[in-house]
Ligand binder design. Sequence first.
Ligand SMILES: [Zn+2]
Length: 333
Amino acid sequence: MTELTRRRMLAGAASATVATALAPPFAHTPALAAAPLASKQAPGFYRYKVGDFEITAVTDGAATFPLPDKFVQNQPKAEVQKALATAYQPTETVTIPFTPIVINTGPKLVLIDTGYGPEMNAKTKGRVGQLPLNLTAAGIDPKSIDVVIISHMHQDHVLGLRTADGGFAFPNAEVLAPALDWAYWMSDAEMNKLPEGYTKSVYPGIRKAFVGLENKVTKYEWGKEIIPGITTIATPGHTPGHTSFVIASGSAKVFVQSDVTNIPHLFLRNPDWQVMYDIDPLRAAATRKKFYDMASAEKAMIQGFHFPFPSAGFVEKEGAQFRLVPIPWNPII
Ligand SMILES: [Zn+2]
């Protein structure tokens, strides 16, 4: 009987090394120099079909930072660290991925959310703000984007509207933004009544992303088909106008949840946990439960902006918790 002990595994590894000295005709001359490390990730984009539509998930990168004490507003840090450890994650830092998507509907090329943009790309030495590079790698010219849909007006979704020199990154696109978020983020009264903290700190940067683009922005409402095949769904709480989408072609569909949850191993597992970025945390938690009750009952595919790349999967209900079942890699489309 095979016994999987550490000693046996090490012995196995040693005999595997011996076995690599192959007899002719498989013997080969070893390379004379050690291969240099690549030290670079491959471009990140992934395609799948929804009916006649083609979706390209394009990573903007991922941010890793020291775990804030109040990353989860209603849990002690130790509980959050326990959940990170359970998910085989480091417990002193947290990593959040960012994944905008491009939908080719046939007549229209639509981008949902824009990532962190060039300024944050420089500041993070390329960890985020990768969207332009990865769009190019995916063969998508920013000039060919017809519509940019903003799910909600947080930095990781809007700063990529700009180029490094302050221009508009998608020069031929119309921008669709949620009416309620627009009203909120453009209001001095709302900004002035906020306590010091995350939301107040990001106001100026979010407004700056739209300066000079106001005439390109059309505000949208919930429950409307804003592009043929793309319908808005009310999922407020994370921000006042936070919006999800259903993309449907024929009988196929995918739900684009945007930020109904942040990283799934914390917030899908614990739908009552309130990430520090939720503006109305109780409303966000209510939205979460409603959304995932629906998605798990329907066995619906979900694209999640902060899910691990390529950020698509199914949500399974386990008592009061949910679990993400990622889609398997498909080598053909
Ligand atoms: Zn976000």
